[in-house]
Design a protein around this ligand. Structure first.
Ligand code: ZN
Ligand code: ZN
Length: 365
């Protein structure tokens, strides 16, 4: 049995355990995980119909059929629909005309499809498939860890070249364009984000880029990531300073550095996700910057850039071997500047494996 068929079988078993008669999965990382098909989300219906017991069917628009076949989804029958026909008839047909009591919908399904499926399958209670599939995707297999390691090495290679692009007198957008080209050159298939946040923009964790000109003495938060051809994601942040940093910034960067190291060191099987968050947060709060660390410590990563497990207060999920996630505490002083350090790590059988391996010290360019 191929890996794809094993995953489909595991998903069917998980659906059965959850009391679901079928999983209905639109284009998403879930679909890619189960079939290898990296489909576009379109207004035309693409849907994997995976009965808990029975043959899986992939419903695709006819013009997408060659792409679906090229993905070679083992053990999955492909059926297509033409423009103007009702594709939801194919959903009921794929379920053999059965009237399901409960179906699991992919978490990223568009609302218009949710409502059309409600009309097509009026007997079925609609629930989320995400929790069922997260149980499969949460612990990465060794080949997935190696895929994430390759992604980590690729993004590290981009950070290692930052001095070529990040200079006073250039705009954030100019620097980001160079970074984007380098993300592709390093082996990624797509660029997912290029945050270049200079000076006061660094205090906004999800600032993208702007036409702001970078000045001497300014800290710059650079958070970048992409997707590799196999679908696995990279995501890494380093904070740079163009010239000597302000004294206040240098002081809290040392706090952040210790906090990020402490959280990485806290990772091992059996500890909770919340305790890893606390390892970083307690140090930052003790130094007086608790209110300036305004987001969770991390997020899982795999075929989605953000997925389970979330490293956040209240998540008492015990870490297990194969769980991969970011450790990315930050300190943000509104109106002044900010800093974040982010590595992807994986929980091993005994501890932690960092998939980003560059030093985390402040880089002065
Ligand atoms: Zn990031
Ligand atoms: Zn991240």
């Amino acid at each position: 049995m191929s890996q794809k068929e094993q995953r489909l079988r595991a998903a069917q078993l998980a659906a059965t355990t959850a009391g679901l008669d079928a999983l209905l999965i639109p284009p998403s990382a879930d679909l890619l995980y189960l079939t290898g098909y990296d489909a576009h989300a379109l207004e035309r219906l693409t849907l994997l119909v995976l009965p808990a017991d029975g043959e899986p069917t992939l419903i695709v628009p006819r013009l997408e059929r060659p792409a679906a076949e090229a993905a070679d989804p083992h053990g999955v029958r492909i059926v297509d629909h033409v423009d103007g026909a009702d594709p939801y008839d194919l959903v009921t047909a794929a379920l053999g005309g059965a009237k399901p009591d409960a179906v699991g919908l992919g978490n990223r399904m568009w609302a218009e499809q949710v409502l059309a499926l409600r009309a097509a399958l009026p007997s079925a209670e609609q629930r989320l498939a995400g929790a069922v599939l997260a149980g499969l995707r949460l612990r990465k297999a060794p080949d997935e860890v190696e895929a994430l390691r390759r992604a980590g090495q690729a993004i590290d290679a981009v950070h290692a070249r930052m001095g070529q692009w990040l200079r006073a007198g250039r705009t954030e957008s100019e620097v980001a364009a160079d970074i984007a080209a380098a993300i592709r050159a390093a082996g990624h298939a797509t660029v997912e984000f290029t945050i270049v946040a200079s000076g006061p923009n660094g205090a906004s964790p999800h600032h993208g880029t702007s036409d702001r000109v970078i000045a001497v003495g300014e800290p710059v938060v650079v958070d970048i990531g992409g997707r590799m051809p196999d679908g696995y994601c990279s995501d890494s942040t380093r904070t740079y300073c163009v010239g000597e940093p302000p004294a206040e910034f240098a002081a809290y960067y040392r706090v952040l550095l210790e906090a990020q190291r402490a959280a990485v060191a806290a990772v091992r099987p059996g500890v909770t996700a919340a305790s890893v968050d606390a390892a970083a947060r307690d140090l930052i709060a003790a130094a007086g910057f608790g209110d300036a660390f305004l987001h969770r410590t991390g997020h899982g990563i795999g075929l989605d850039g953000h997925e389970d497990p979330y490293i956040v207060a209240g998540n008492d999920t015990p870490l297990e071997e194969g769980m991969a996630f970011s450790i990315e505490p930050g300190i943000y002083l509104a109106g002044k500047h900010g800093a974040r350090i982010e590595d992807i790590v994986v929980c091993t059988g005994t501890g932690v494996d960092r998939l980003n391996t560059l030093p985390t010290d402040l880089v002065i360019l």
